[in-house]
Design a protein around this ligand. Sequence first.
Ligand code: GLC
Ligand code: MG
Length: 468
Amino acid sequence: MLRFGTVIPISSYSSITCSCINNHPHHPTSLSTSVSEASLKATMNRLAGVARLMIVSDLDHTMVDHHDLDNLALLRFNALWESNYRNNSLLVFSTGRSPTLYKELRKEKPLLVPDITIMSVGTEITYGNSMIPDGGWIEILNQKWNRNVVSEETKKISELTLQSETEQRPHKVSFYIQKDKAEDIMKVLSTRLEERGLDVKIIYSGGMDLDILPQGAGKGQALAYLLKKFKAEGNLPHNTLVCGDSGNDAELFSIPDVHGVMVSNAQEELLQWHVANAKDNPKIIHATERCAAGIIQAIGYFNLGPSKSPRDVTDLSDSKMEKFDPAYEVVKFYLFYERWRRAEVENSELYFANLKAVCCPSGILVHPSGIEQSLHDCINSLRQCYGDKQGKQFWVWVDQVLFSQLGSDSWLVNFKKWEQSGEERKGCLTTAVLSSKDVTVAKGLTWLHVHQTWLNEAGSSNGISWLF
Ligand code: GLC
Ligand code: MG
């Protein structure tokens, strides 16, 4: 469903100084703070320095196009990110969804794993794969916040319908409200909460959602908090690109020095906010492309780095590479694999020979079932599968492609390989050793060894059709 939204400007609510409230049940412990500091550092260390680009993107109707059932733009973005950015940049998702609904979206759509996840409209910041919460942020949000008071006051207003339990979070109370009643109710609510000593932010989105957050929360404030941390560590990303479509993303575009893209399908309210607040800012564009395609467009427009997705390259064997690139190799290999099974490349001897040439004759694949196979046998099996997914829903993508150089001519690459056939999704944690010995840059790296382990139960219970 398309939504449009309104942000009640922060300035329209006066700040109230009040000494009374500090009884929130979610007090951070110094332990959780230090754990999150450590995981932010781990995220930064992975980059060995400053991020080339940090993308901070909303999910619904921005990274994710709910009208694109084939997820074409998202898969194009994924291939671009993994081949060119994962190893040196930061991916941040910033969503209104709670952790529960965020995880549901992850099951529905081929989303990459971000380095940092900001959920519940900027009230929850987590790091890394295990999503370690930022204790320092919780501490800040506790100031002048008491969700019991918010519950008490909102119960008195019959026009407000509480959203589902999953969307009620420690620093976010969310309702539905009819569009024509929203403005008046927000004014009433704001006054009453002010009288009770709270300093809150009320955000109205999509003509239906009303979120009440601590004044210091929100997508923009969460980003400002992160940037401040990076700066303190001397790790401010070279460039930051924020991406959004609706009113509650507006705050992201008001952060100084960031580039911004409003995707082509952006809601009227965001566009109006832009006209009123940021129309002379050359660092913000309204893309002509929808959702993730608009993000790719902005990377190119602002010259933030490569903007051609490997998915937009028709002949993958026609390499224009300047140096050996393990991440590009992995993305290219699995893209070819998808195209082969969908019969989107020609079933030719030449392609087949090329594929065999990139696999070492003595190379081994440890299949996730535990069986060892020669890489050449795997390629022979793939040959038999030409076109078996033609005209069917079948996608292959790789995630978190990270590599390190082992010696002068070899690399260790780790990644997650996912394959979706209709509703069924299977994934393997994959480790590969690639070598540049006796090959040219144009030919690409040779696969010496591949080892896979199931990432989910769907794979292990029905893994016979898994090739590699
Ligand atoms: C997401 C959340 C919802 C919130 C809305 C607007 O849809 O699930 O709770 O009200 O975003 O921020
Ligand atoms: Mg959105």
